[in-house]
Ligand binder design. Sequence first.
Ligand SMILES: Cc1ncc(COP(=O)(O)O)c(C=O)c1O
Length: 384
Amino acid sequence: MVPEPKLLVPGPTPVPQAIFQAMITPMVAHRNAETVELHHRIVQGLQSLWSTEGPVILQSSSGSGALEASIVNACARGDRVLAVSAGAFGERFGTIATRLGMDVDWLRFPWGEATPADDIAAALRQKDYQAVLLIHNETSTGVLHPIPEIARAIRSLVPVIVVDSISGTPSVPTDIDPWGVDMVIATSQKGFMMPPGLGLVGLGREAQKHFRGEPSLYFDFGPSTTGQFHYTMPVSMIFALAKSVELLEEEGAETRYARHRLMSEMVCAGSAAMGFTVLGDMTRQSPTVTVIAPPDGVSNHDIRNFSHRHGLDLAGGIGQWADRALRVGHVGATGPLDMLMAINILELSLATVGNVPVDGRGSAAALKVWERHVKETEVEPVKA
Ligand SMILES: Cc1ncc(COP(=O)(O)O)c(C=O)c1O
């Protein structure tokens, strides 16, 4: 038997069987009362997940399409926009705005740093901007940016705060109205544990008041805020999303956040014990992806290829870190056991391509993190 390849990249992530099962529900007419009702229920679930009274838009596109849609709804062509970047996805978001004809100013920080609230506020005070583009979880550097702190510092300085949380939410806290942000963008293939193809945008309670866009027919949020698709709904993805929201609710937000945090800590401890360098601000490590560099003289590409040949897909570095980094994904339906698998394959890779003897120090360090977590969280001893 050939084992199924394991996927530990920061999206797409493994899809639970229950979600695949939901996707093969027989096709329905997308304007049936039952389908419209299902859509409403999903939107309510997402409003609760994201703590917002504003509408939630679902659209058939990848995350990038939802980023594009967020800009064309918030801004008119030529509007001034501040793009905050400390990695590949910050660059991508600003580039999307530039291609759409916005007047983009860049506020760039070194890769791996967290974007500082005070500097963003200072930049916004310099000119009148219609929108600021922020990244919540920078998937290229493994840094979780402090969006609540940033939002507090800039709320009064700019009409529309747009947050790309594509690899963040719902694996990390995302509270739209309490944070005072206007748009949070997500996608199906990460924390929602679905195949790629659905973009999600949560709007803040007051967000639409500040929109100036004249979007294309397809990307217009206006009709969607009434709670229906204004084109043919990707019905199978909607069935999948209904199941995904159900699974997320069943697990509960706090348990989910703790699971992702635990995996991050395991990968950090395990890889550091083996001589990898954990990249990105250590005080702002992402709960969904860890970015590491192998010891000197060992190629990240060789490790990734070795790991792939042995059945486990890790992601490579991107952008500035393409020839330096490896990325271990712990987003979506992944757990601590998966992290032990990742650490073990890294150790075996290092032994093979880097000539470092295998002695289990990576998994020992990761297990210690897991042990501490179990002791702290499991009050009842498990009975035989
Ligand atoms: C932070 C971030 N933004 C944007 C994107 C682009 O999303 P998509 O590939 O779904 O278009 C990604 C994909 O990895 C991402 O991680």
